[in-house]
Write a protein that binds this ligand. Structure first.
Ligand code: CAA
Length: 388
């Protein structure tokens, strides 16, 4: 029996800032963003959107198909949780009308935790193959204004069904891990924006890739040449291109730079116009590959590198299932991305500055989302979510 990803759906806000406006404001060349970091647009959540509403929007199409009673466990991965105690997934459980006998838990390790959730979901399904686990990754990437990280913000959520005999990707049980206590990117409880040692974080990312890969090679019989495509964690798309060349060097690969770029390019298309979505980034990259690759991917082996600052990294692998193209939400995703609204730099600032009130009063949230679920208000420190 195989276990893996049966269905994948993602969601992002209907607002984005074209990075040329950020470049104009800072009097720098837009190509620094378009080419230097490989980002064109960054998603900005509406005032009535957060990780919960994005997650419910991402998961809704999956629940519409399998029904509300089909899910035995929800694992909610996020770096930008909205409560220190209550799992964001419990709100999603109600919004989606899931069964009261479904367990829900939130997981954290920067951008890595969705991968831990998937591996744990695979273990649950291997034990009880009739179960379906819903893994959701949802994040709003926020850095301080006028910092190098500002251009790498974004927002998005991805929902995946983990089942036996999956219709999209069969995941291999062997994985390579790497953990090291480092301070490359972190966010103390009292901050709403991340702190980052940017250049150092890119170095640690590459070091972790090498270390996780070497561990993977110890436990798996698969070699670099067995993979046709690679999905990397995508803080910005240039990072994946650099990482892939780094991995190729580690393996003395004879592939040309163009051939190496082809192994990652289809994974980058959505993230380039959404921005970083932390836990969701690599899996939105997987959706981008499945939905945009011109070749038939059936039977092809994919390498995955998941990285969470701080840091925990994992290299794992999977095989694309024949007929996968019939189980995708490509049209829905492309329609959503095309229908988004560009905001001006001033509108971006006002979305950026629309932070949650902390005074315990009664606050309604301005309407802005075009999604199915919204954060209607925050009253007496309680978040009030509704379906539109
Ligand atoms: N045309 C084309 N390219 C240009 C250019 C122009 N006009 N001007 C500059 N560039 C290039 C530079 O040459 C450079 O390319 P190389 O890296 O190939 O040398 C690139 O644009 C970036 O420019 P800088 O070197 O000046 O870097 P920066 O000050 O803009 O910072 C960054 C880049 C450190 C990544 C910063 O965006 C940052 O701190 N981001 C947040 C942290 C991050 O994403 N880290 C990634 C690893 S950690 C992780 O993965 C977890 C996570 O999700 C956060």
């Amino acid at each position: 029996m195989s276990v893996g990803i049966d269905e994948i759906s993602f969601y992002t806000s209907n607002y984005f800032l074209d990075l040329k406006h950020l470049a104009e404001t800072h009097s720098i060349d837009a190509d620094k963003f378009y080419q230097g970091i490989g980002q064109e647009k960054m998603g900005m959540p509406a005032p009535d959107e957060d990780v919960v509403t994005m997650a419910a929007n991402a998961a809704f199409p999956l629940i519409e198909r399998v029904g509300t009673d089909a899910i035995s466990t929800v694992m909610f991965a996020t770096e930008t949780g909205i409560d220190q105690s209550k799992s964001a997934g419990v709100y999603v459980h109600r919004l989606l009308g899931l069964n009261a006998n479904c367990r829900v838990v939130e997981m954290k390790q920067a951008c890595y935790s969705a991968t831990a959730a998937i591996q744990m979901a695979c273990a649950l399904v291997a034990r009880q193959p009739e179960k379906k686990v819903l893994v959701i990754a949802s994040d709003v990437a926020r850095y301080d204004l006028d910092t190098p990280g500002e251009a790498t913000q974004g927002c998005g959520a991805v929902a995946m069904l983990i089942t036996a005999n999956p219709r999209l990707v069969e995941l291999d049980p062997e994985v390579g891990n790497y953990t090291e206590d480092v301070m490359d990117f972190w966010r103390p409880n009292y901050r709403s924006t991340a702190l980052v040692d940017g250049k150092y974080s890119t170095k640690i990312y590459l070091k972790s890739l090498k270390m996780a890969w070497e561990h993977f090679r110890e436990v798996s019989s698969l070699a670099f040449t067995d993979f046709q495509h690679f999905c990397y964690h995508l803080p910005f798309t240039r990072m994946a291109q650099k990482a892939h060349k780094h991995l190729a060097r580690v393996n003395d690969s004879q592939l040309t730079p163009e051939e190496l770029d082809q192994q990652v390019e289809d994974t980058l298309l959505y993230n380039r116009i959404i921005g970083n979505s932390y836990t969701a980034s690599m899996y939105i990259g997987l959706a981008s590959l499945l939905e945009n690759c011109k070749q038939n991917l059936a039977g092809k082996r994919i390498g995955f590198f998941s990285y969470g600052s701080g840091c925990v990294a994992e290299f794992f692998s999977g095989k694309i299932v024949a007929g996968y193209e019939k189980c995708l939400h490509s049209n829905k995703h492309q329609t959503m991305l095309e229908a988004r609204n560009a905001v001006t730099y001033d509108e971006y600032l006002s979305l950026y500055n629309d932070v949650d009130p902390t005074d315990g009063g009664e606050h309604t949230k301005a309407e802005g989302t075009t999604g199915r679920f919204r954060l209607a208000g925050i009253s007496h420190h309680k978040r009030e979510y509704i379906a539109c």
